[in-house]
Structure formats: structure tokens, C-alpha cells
Design a protein around this ligand. Structure first.
Ligand SMILES: *Cc1c(COP(=O)(O)O)cnc(C)c1O
Length: 962
């Protein structure tokens, strides 16, 4: 490879890749190679290397301006009409102060999941605000943050009911008045795990005894048809026979109607989209789930709690993590890893900004507009189906529904054709007087506009269901209602956190690379942001075109035939891929193939996803070099030959090495009739050099929020496309409301959905599109090579201080390296935790801790860091090693040294008497030159166990922080 066009003066690659060609010379010399080419030739096994550069499917690199022009041209092919389609997606106003200071602020969007609580207090506070918002509005005790969308949250609610119910029945009763996409999700997910769905017309008069035994029951509240009814007696009766009740509730409606908790529900789920998060043609948005007391340990997803630091000060942290996949694997409460943090932050801030009175006002206005519209429609002789409703009107128009929808479209409005006799119209925060008048015209009334005041019907929320309980009384929702206060609150929280805007985040397996400003630009363009996910195909030409191009490019770089962008995270891509394998075996009449082989070193989501796909996990051992133990693998294949469904293998391995045997392994699985799932979250080590499809993979997921530059958002959003060979295409996720049946290459995806929206989270796809477009195939290859160079450079520099645990050919690692701290811990008592927290004092985010091997740190520098930052990290690690040695030599006592006391807050070095055997300067400016733009941790080390024992997962009283 020559120094390519990626480094031309006007090339984007030069900005994306942090090191320059002359840096590469220095770094390669350190490693003993004379070119990136020779390094990659030595690192990547020849047996898997692809021949030529990526073919013509990927156009040559565009400049930043060219890429934006092309995106603008795609955007111009969308037609954004006023959407009154509803079905869980509504127009909303993103307060500008939130758009600018959260959504468009790298201090928020480039942060990682808050596993290191000391450097994440800002986003943890925002998330606990989200949990408080959800608890308050749903009337339940504990809420998580967050779910991937409403539809999958309903599925998780069903699975939670299954886990927690004592009933032996496998039946789940489903309210017939539910969103169609939710029904499709329930159907495909229930089938995979052997749950029988019973769809029933539920109402106040329903005799639950007639529904038979069941472990759970689901109510949509208000109903998909807009109906507001009181499910209290149905809930009580279901619970009395041993069921748990899941209610999907509209958060805005809950400002006016009685909460699910007060009605007796065990679990409430839904979406927070209409709290200031644009529809985005489907996503991303934060789903929510809340449970009554006693079920909190069963909650899927992440939960923020209050604990305290070593000084006794209150501090936030992720709590009850022991429920999660990285610990519990196939017994985890769900496979959700990346969630929707950035969107949960936005929704919580919408509530912080508007406060309880503002939220009630918005809800009241929505309800009033719906009443006004209903009144007008009745005046012109239309029949509105329900007397009690919040925002959605169902209108019977036998035989002319299509005609009404077309008339509305001509007037600039999309309404929903529920069937040929029924039209639905949903009103939202953005609906104007003119919109309402246009709707009336669409129903056939052509006269002059209505006058204000005419039409309006009395309150459409029955007296008995009007909300009387209060909500959002905590001071945080009653303090920041001027824009100045709001701006400062957001700044104050962002300042507590360490994100990529401060320095490197060398988290192995997470690929924290640059999220370029140009890539982010189109996310908030109205033409992409304001499309409803079920808008007619003709309105979404630009978005569908962008999706098709991205599908084509991703198929090309992975060596597969077809790609689905529907999964909303890597975990959901895994599930989609495994469900496709299941569908394939079933179609071949091989229902008995249910065993999924998973190496012990695999990411925890793999095992959790396999269980959700109805498979049985069999663990394969790892050998001393960190590779899959071939003997054990062959033995397990032989043992389960008749029932083998799949092998799930990560490439390069989670140990950061290129395994040689992968082709043989794939062959052995195929010979036994199994399918090969290659976890492609580590594609950053391979892109442009080898393709999963070429070395035996049948299906893979990628993480666009790792390799393809979608920012981590503090723990989501994500996109986890699933890519597969042609034989699996019919079983990839489809969707009943998809605008297009076929995908790039003409493949039809016929499986059940894995997300509520047909294309998952399209509003963030322009990020990955722009990355590929601006890098071109040569730039992508350069990025891979420089990422591998950076990892090997760091490994080489640190090797004499910390052993590098696993290496492949020629002593090289792939894109990340595992530093083994166990010898150090054994010799000095200094733990991985101590080193990770001490890095904070030096101004760094810790690498990945104790994954995939306990007692180690996994470092992934990525291609985006510059040489000075890499050097700074190396020096910090070397200095920390020297500090540990000083503990070992007895210079500092084991229980009082800068490592065990890290991180040091400003307060801890300023106030009170200094009693430690090291100086204040050693505490906070250990190597002065390394500590640039000093980051001060806002809390000292957080007591993890205390928070689990004393569970507080909503906003604590303000006095706690005084
Ligand atoms: C990150 C990762 C996943 C999970 O991805 P999410 O988007 O967090 O669900 C799965 N496998 C591997 C190897 C990963 O690194």
C-alpha cells in the first residue's frame, strides 16, 4: 500500500486519521516494519486476506463539502408532510436549547456508557432524571434508562412477566387495540421462545376468566385506536389468577389520565419520543420501562442508582449490574447492552425545561386540539369511534378511507388508513389550527375555514380516569425553566463528564473513534428528522435511497449479499442474525437444530441473544493463547452434530488477535450442518483487509456506533446492521409497514421484525453514510491499518511494564491489546480498579476493565488519536507503574497511596488537613506535563456495593447533595 489519497491535503481521511504519514514512519520503526503494508501483511493471516481493494461499489472519497452536497440532494428527495399518523410517533418541538447543548454537543454525544461512574456524574444525573420522569408519570416505583423503542420494550415486558410470574401457563393475553408494529414484534419474539399469544378484545366489560389461564396480559393505554378506557378491573382479574400486567402507556397522555401504577399495573412500557425527540423516520428514541416494587431485580437494561463515594458524598452509578449479560450471560435479564442514552437525556431535559406545569399544558393543548377536531368532524356528519380519547381520533368512512388519505396528502398532511373503512388522525404538540382545518377538508368539507371556538366538545377524558396525582415535583423539574438556567444546567452536567472532547477513551471492544462534525450535520436536517416511520414510500425517496446505498456498501465490505439496517444495537443484530439461522433451519425441516456454540471469551450479549432466539448455549473453551480451543470445538461439534444450529465467533477475537483457524472452524461447523455467525463488532481491525463472508461466515452484525462513527451518546443510540449470505435473506427482519419489500441487491427480507420501525434508526444513518463516502475504499483501508498500527505501538511501548496477554503472528495484536495487570496486583496489591481510577487523575478515561479477562485492561486507541495523545497515554501508564512499584517497595503504604485513593477531587486536596504520605501535587498533577486542561473528577471513588444494598433509583432529595 502506498501513502494514499486518504492523506491528500483536502481529503477527509487526513482529518479522521489522527496520525500523519511521518508519524507512521516513526511508529513503524518502533515495531520494525518499513510500511503499513508490511505491518498488515505480518499481522493479518494470509489465509483470510482479501485480494484487491474493495471494488467499485464504494465510490472514491468525497470531500466534506461534496458529501454534504450529496446528502442535501438526498434530503431534497424526501417530502416532509405534517404527520398525523400517530401509532407511537408524533410531532414534537425539540427546545433549541436542548438541540444545541445536548444533541449537537460533543460533550454529550461522544461520551461512553457510564461504567466509570466517577467521570460520568453528569449523564448519570440526567439519566436519573429520566428515571424519575418515567416513575412519576407511570406511577410505578423503579424505571430503567433506557429501552431501545416501544415495540421491543413491550416484548421485554412480556419476557419479564414470564420470568416473574408463578403461573405455569405459557399464554400471554394481548389487547387487540395495540399498535400493529408491536403485534408483529410480539408474534415473532414469542414464537422463538415458546410463548403462546392470545389476542383479545379487551374492555371494561371483559370477563378475564373467559380468557383462560395466562402468565401475563398486555394493555395499550390509550389504545391504538385512540380509545381511553379503564383497565383496572381487567388488570385486577389477571393478577388474581397469577398473571403480571404490562401496560404500554403514552407518557404525554399520562399527564392527564390516571397512571398505570394507580390502575394496578406491574410493568409500564413505552417511548419518550414525543418528549422533544424528532421522529427521524423511525428513530432513535428512548423506550422506557418501569416496574412496581419487588420487580426491580428483573428489569432488563441499565439502571442508575444513588450510592456514595469514599468521603460519604452522594454519587450516582449504574446499579444492579449483576443482572447484565457480561456477568450473567445466558441467564441475563435481557441482551440489551447499548441502549438510548442520548435520547433519554433529551427527553429528560424536555421535562426539566418544561416542568410539571409545562408538560401538563402541552398535554392539555393536545387534548383540546383533538376535541376541537372531533367536534368539527361531527358537525360535518362524520362518526368518531370513541367518546373517550386523548390525542387520536378513529373515524369510520366506509369505502372511502383511501380517498380521505389521498385528499389529506394533497393538503400536506399524512393521516393513517387503518383499513378501507377507517381513518385515524393523531394530534400532537406541533399541530396547528390550519392542520386541523385541512383534516376536516380531507374528510370532504370544502367550505370556508371554521371559526375559533366552534366545534369543541366537552372533556373527552372520563371523569373517573382524570389524573389527580401529582408528578415532577422534584426541584430539578422546577428550577431550570429560563433558558439561561437551562443552558447552565446542561453545561454544569457536561462539565462533570469525560467525553472524547477532553481526550482519548481507549476502551477495547468499543472503538471510540472520531465522530466528525460533518458526519453529524445531517442528523438534525428537518428532511431527515421529521419523517414519520410509516410515511408513504413516495415521501421518503431520499432516505430510502441513502439506506439502499449504505446497505450496498456494507454488503461489499463484509463479503455478504444482503444487509438489514433495522437492528437498533449490536445485540439486536445478533438476535436478528440468530433468528435468521433459526428460520433457515426450520424451513429445512430441521427444527431440532437449537444448539449455539459460543466461546467462553465471547461478549456477554452473544449468549443472551442466543437464548432469546430460542437456542441453547454450549460454551466452547479458549486455549492458553486466547484462541478458540480447537479440540474442544471439534468435540462439541461431534457431540451436538444432530442439533447444531450455529457457532457464534467473534473476529478478530475479543482478545484482539487474528485467529488462523477461522476458515477451518467455519468448515467444521458447516460440515456438521450448522451455520456460522461472525460477531463483527470488531470490524475496525479488518475493514478493507478481509471479509467475513469470504472466510466462512453466513451472517454477522456490525456496530455502526463503533466502526462507522455513530457516536456512543453516553450509551446509545446504536445501529447494529445484520449482514448475511443470500440463503438467509428470506429470514432477515422484515416489517409489516416497510416502505419497500426488497433491499439492496433485490433481496426480500421476510422474517419478523426486531425493531418497532422498518429501518430502525434512520436519522443517524447519514453519519455512517458520510464516513464511508468521505473515506472511500482506500481511506477505510488506511483507517484499519493505522488503527492496527496504533494498537501495536501502544502494546510495544507498554510491554516491558505490563505484559501483553495475547498476540498473534509475529507477536502482533490486531486493533486492541490486553495489558495483564495480574502480576502487578499479585506483587503490589494495586488492582485494575486502582489503575483505572488513577488514570482519571492523569486526565484519561480508563481502558476496558476486566473484559474479556478479569484483572486486565484492554486498550483500543483507534486510528483517530494523534501520536502525541498516544505518547501521553503511554507515559501516564508508565508513571502509574512506577507508582505501583513505590507501593511494592514500601515507600507508600498499601492502604494510603495515590493509587488506592484515586481519583482525587479538587475538594479532597484543598479542604482539611493533608495527612497522606504523598503530596497534593503528586495527587492531582502527578506528571505535570501530562495533565493538560486538568479534568477534575466531581466525586471520589464510588462505593459500588453500597448502592446495590441501598437501592435508590429516582432523584434523591436535594438535601442529599447539599
Ligand atoms: C459492543 C459489542 C457487542 C454489543 O453491541 P451493542 O451495540 O452494545 O449491543 C457485541 N459483541 C461485541 C464483540 C462487542 O464488542
Amino acid at each position: 500500500m502506498t501513502v494514499s489519497s486518504a492523506f491528500d491535503l483536502d481529503a477527509f481521511g487526513r482529518r479522521h486519521i489522527g496520525t500523519s504519514p511521518s508519524d507512521h514512519g516513526l511508529m513503524l520503526a518502533e515495531l520494525g516494519y518499513d510500511s503499513l503494508d508490511s505491518l498488515m501483511a505480518a499481522a493479518v493471516p494470509t489465509s483470510i486476506r482479501m485480494g484487491d481493494v474493495l471494488n467499485s461499489a464504494i465510490p472514491p472519497a468525497a470531500t466534506e463539502r461534496e458529501a454534504l452536497e450529496e446528502l442535501a440532494s438526498l434530503a431534497s428527495q424526501n417530502t416532509v408532510r405534517t404527520s398525523m399518523i400517530g401509532l407511537g410517533y408524533y410531532g414534537t418541538v425539540t427546545p433549541a436549547v436542548i438541540q444545541r447543548n445536548v444533541l449537537e454537543n460533543p460533550g454529550w454525544y461522544t461520551a461512553y456508557t457510564p461504567y466509570q461512574p466517577e467521570i460520568s456524574q453528569g449523564r448519570l444525573e440526567a439519566l436519573i432524571n429520566f428515571q424519575t420522569l418515567v416513575c412519576d408519570l407511570t406511577g410505578l416505583d423503579t424505571a430503567n434508562s433506557s429501552m431501545l423503542d416501544e415495540g421491543t420494550a413491550v416484548v421485554e415486558g412480556m419476557l419479564l412477566a414470564r420470568r416473574a410470574s408463578k403461573s405455569t401457563s405459557n399464554r400471554f393475553i394481548v389487547d387487540a387495540d395495540l399498535f400493529p408494529q408491536t403485534l408483529a414484534l410480539l408474534e415473532s419474539r414469542a414464537e422463538a421462545v415458546g410463548i403462546e399469544l392470545v389476542v383479545a378484545d379487551l374492555g371494561e366489560a371483559t370477563d378475564v376468566a373467559d380468557l383462560g389461564e395466562h402468565f401475563g396480559l398486555f394493555v395499550q393505554y390509550p389504545g391504538a385506536s385512540g380509545r381511553v378506557w379503564n383497565p383496572a378491573s381487567v388488570i385486577a382479574a389477571s393478577k388474581a389468577q397469577g398473571g403480571l400486567v404490562v401496560v404500554a402507556a403514552d407518557l404525554l397522555a399520562l399527564a392527564l389520565i390516571t397512571s398505570p401504577g394507580e390502575l394496578g399495573a406491574d410493568i409500564a412500557v413505552g417511548t419518550s419520543q414525543r418528549f422533544g425527540v424528532p421522529m427521524g423516520f423511525g428513530g432513535p428514541h428512548a423506550g422506557y420501562m418501569a416496574v412496581r416494587a419487588g420487580l426491580e431485580r428483573q428489569l432488563p437494561g441499565r439502571l442508575v442508582g444513588v450510592s456514595k463515594d469514599v468521603a460519604g458524598a452522594p454519587a450516582y452509578r449504574l446499579t444492579l449490574q449483576a443482572r447484565e449479560q457480561h456477568i450473567r450471560r445466558e441467564k441475563a435479564t435481557s441482551n440489551i447492552c447499548t441502549a438510548q442514552v442520548l435520547l433519554a437525556v433529551m427527553a429528560s431535559m424536555y421535562a426539566v425545561y418544561h416542568g410539571p406545569r409545562g408538560i401538563r399544558h402541552i398535554a392539555t393543548q393536545v387534548a383540546a386540539k383533538a376535541r376541537l377536531l372531533a367536534g368539527w368532524l361531527e358537525e360535518i356528519g362524520q362518526h368518531v369511534a370513541h367518546d373517550a380519547y386523548f390525542d387520536t381520533l378513529r373515524v369510520h368512512v366506509p369505502g372511502i378511507a383511501k380517498h380521505v388519505v389521498e385528499r389529506a396528502r394533497a393538503l400536506g398532511i399524512d393521516v393513517w388508513e387503518a383499513d378501507d373503512a377507517t381513518v385515524q388522525v393523531s394530534v400532537d404538540e406541533t399541530t396547528t389550527w390550519e392542520d386541523l382545518q385541512a383534516v376536516v377538508r380531507a374528510f370532504g368539507f370544502d367550505d370556508a375555514p371554521f371559526r375559533a371556538g366552534s366545534g369543541s366538545l366537552p372533556n373527552a377524558i372520563p371523569e373517573a380516569l382524570r389524573r389527580t396525582s401529582s408528578y415532577l415535583e422534584h426541584p430539578v423539574f422546577n428550577t431550570h425553566q429560563s433558558e439561561t438556567q437551562m443552558m447552565r444546567y446542561l453545561k454544569q452536567l457536561a462539565d462533570r463528564d469525560y467525553a472524547l472532547d477532553r481526550g482519548m477513551i481507549p476502551l477495547g471492544s468499543c472503538t471510540m473513534k472520531l465522530n466528525a462534525a460533518t458526519e453529524m450535520q445531517a442528523v438534525t436536517w428537518p428532511a431527515f428528522a421529521n419523517l414519520h416511520p410509516f410515511a408513504p414510500a413516495a415521501d421518503a425517496v431520499g432516505s430510502l435511497g441513502l439506506i439502499e446505498q449504505l446497505e450496498t456498501w456494507l454488503a461489499e465490505v463484509t463479503g455478504y449479499d444482503t444487509v438489514s439496517l433495522q437492528p437498533n444495537a449490536g445485540s439486536q443484530g445478533e438476535l436478528a442474525g440468530l433468528l435468521a439461522i433459526r428460520g433457515f433451519h426450520h424451513a429445512n425441516g430441521e427444527d431440532e437444530r437449537t444448539v449455539c456454540l459460543i466461546p467462553s471469551s465471547a461478549h456477554g450479549t452473544n449468549a443472551a441473544s442466543a437464548v432469546l432466539a430460542g437456542m441453547r448455549v454450549v460454551v466452547v473453551a479458549t486455549d492458553a493463547l486466547g484462541n478458540v480451543d480447537l479440540d474442544d470445538l471439534r468435540a462439541k461439534i461431534a457431540e451436538h452434530a444432530e442439533t447444531l444450529a450455529a457457532l457464534m465467533i467473534t473476529y478478530p477475537s475479543t482478545h484482539g488477535v487474528y485467529e488462523h483457524e477461522v476458515k477451518d472452524i467455519a468448515q467444521a461447523v458447516h460440515d456438521a450442518g450448522g451455520q456460522v455467525y461472525v460477531d463483527g463488532a470488531n470490524l475496525n481491525a479488518l475493514l478493507g483487509f478481509a471479509r467475513f463472508g469470504d472466510f466462512g461466515g453466513d451472517v454477522s452484525h456490525l456496530n455502526l456506533h463503533k466502526t462507522f462513527c455513530i457516536p456512543h451518546g453516553g450509551g446509545g443510540p446504536g445501529v447494529g446492521p445484520v449482514a448475511a449470505k443470500a440463503h438467509l435473506a428470506p429470514y432477515l427482519p422484515g416489517h409489516p409497514m416497510a416502505q419497500r419489500a426488497d433491499h439492496s441487491g433485490g433481496f426480500v427480507h421476510g422474517g419478523g421484525p426486531v425493531s418497532a420501525a422498518p429501518y430502525g434508526s434512520p436519522s443517524i444513518l447519514p453519519i455512517s453514510w458520510a464516513y464511508v463516502r468521505m473515506m472511500g475504499s482506500e481511506g477505510l483501508k488506511q483507517a484499519t491499518a493505522t488503527a492496527v498500527l496504533a494498537a501495536n505501538f501502544v502494546a510495544s511501548r507498554l510491554r516491558e511494564h505490563f505484559p501483553v496477554l495475547y498476540t498473534g503472528d509475529n507477536g502482533l495484536v490486531a486493533h486492541e491489546c490486553i495489558l495483564d495487570l495480574r502480576p502487578l496486583t499479585a506483587a503490589t496489591g494495586v488492582s485494575v480498579d486502582d489503575v483505572a481510577k488513577r488514570l482519571v487523575d492523569y486526565g484519561f478515561h480508563a481502558p476496558t476493565m476486566s473484559f474479556p479477562v478479569a484483572g486486565t485492561l484492554m486498550v483500543e486507541p483507534t486510528e483517530s488519536e494523534d501520536l502525541a495523545e498516544l505518547e501521553r497515554f503511554v507515559e501516564a501508564m508508565v508513571a502509574i507503574k512506577a507508582e505501583a512499584d513505590a507501593v511494592a517497595s514500601g515507600e507508600w503504604p498499601a492502604d494510603d497511596n495515590p493509587l488506592v485513593n484515586a481519583p482525587h477531587t479538587a475538594e479532597s486536596v484543598i479542604t482539611g488537613e493533608w495527612t497522606h504520605p504523598y503530596t497534593r501535587e503528586q495527587a492531582v498533577y502527578p506528571v505535570h506535563s501530562l495533565v493538560r486542561g486538568k479534568y477534575w473528577a466531581p466525586v471520589r471513588r464510588v462505593d459500588q456495593a453500597y448502592g446495590d444494598r441501598n437501592l435508590v433509583c429516582a432523584c434523591p432529595p436535594i438535601e442529599a447533595f447539599a
